[in-house]
Design a protein. Sequence first.
Length: 149
Amino acid sequence: MPHDLVTTRQDILPKDSPGGHDRVVLTKHEAPAGPDNEVEFDPFQAFDEWAARQVMRTLEQHYPDHCFRVIHDSHQGVCLISIPILMGVNKFMAVNLKTHAMDDKRAVAAGGEILERYGLKRGRMQLAPFLEAREKHSALVVPSREVPG
């Protein structure tokens, strides 16, 4: 059984455009559970947190202001990328780390594909199209909604 997420870091992304807003980026860790549900040591924690920050940095450079979520899990061998406001909390674009390296090119491709599936342009978030996509597709609003495309 998984344990509760623990916030290990909090960073502020200051607004960088007119009309923008400061954002808070939380780094969280879910400790692995042992056979009796005890908390076990996670040898991948430091690397996973670093790798997730690198993917977030790349996504923010290419697609500013979109609220991406990145989970890097070396134990499971996946990097999961999503926009929870649109996709909900349990749907992701997955990169298999056992068959593909998680580099800037792959992060940009995954983030861009997510945006395109929701009819959003690559680049800086534009509020009106984002709100329209949220109204039509958000799995946070209606959990049964599928990712379009």
